[in-house]
Design a protein around this ligand. Sequence first.
Ligand code: PGA
Length: 265
Amino acid sequence: MEVIITENYESMSKLAASLIRQQLLSRPNSVLGLATGSTPVGTYKELVRMHREEGLDFSQVVTFNLDEYLGLPPSHPQSYRYFMDENLFKHINVPPGNIHVPYGHAESVVEFCAWYEEQIKAAGGIDIQILGIGGDGHIAFNEPGSSLGSRTRLKTLTEETIKDNARFFKDEAEVPRFAITMGVGTIMEAKRIILIANGKAKAAIIAEAIEGPITAQVSASVLQMHREVVVILDAAAGSKLKRADYYRWVYEQKKRLVPQMIGRM
Ligand code: PGA
């Protein structure tokens, strides 16, 4: 697990976007796993800038989003499909047919989830997956207690997540109680993973997930088992890590000696 503590939100976002750019330059038809929430907004802004100013090409890219609220149609301003359109898709040249976001209005959720898994497989699997982390340690909507082998399915949100996400809705009662989410097992099959987190509210859960035991009570802790995961933090989110000095030292050595290996080991 590579842990990079950057100075601030902007440097976290720029580094995450630069790793995605590297991936797209080496494989223009990459399959990207995408996340929603406030954390990746800066990363998407930077990717949009790279597309506009540097011609970063998404014309062969295929995308899969992690999750979607149950019952919200893609046109709902709080749906994750709407979020993705506004923050990324409508500003880049990814073909609409290559975009996959779980469908919150699926008639049969069970059939939809099996189909989604099949689509990921048919695309050749996810090359690089972006993740945020919830205050309760969730990745996607895999709340505490989610099986570490779980697949795409319906999940009930925790009270903590409902409260956290109420800021995007008029009031807490409007926050959906269920979501369709990739499973922990689905996420673990991505070839590479970038977890980003910022702000002091994430410091304690980041320390648990990275330096604590692997447990289904903190879904993100299973990332310790993944072969190629990079965690990119701002200083506040990294402030409770016991080995922060070591992670900083490693990053300095890499920048100086093997910059091409940043985010690769
Ligand atoms: P946030 O959400 O990026 O809005 O903090 C992260 C998450 O819940 O996964």
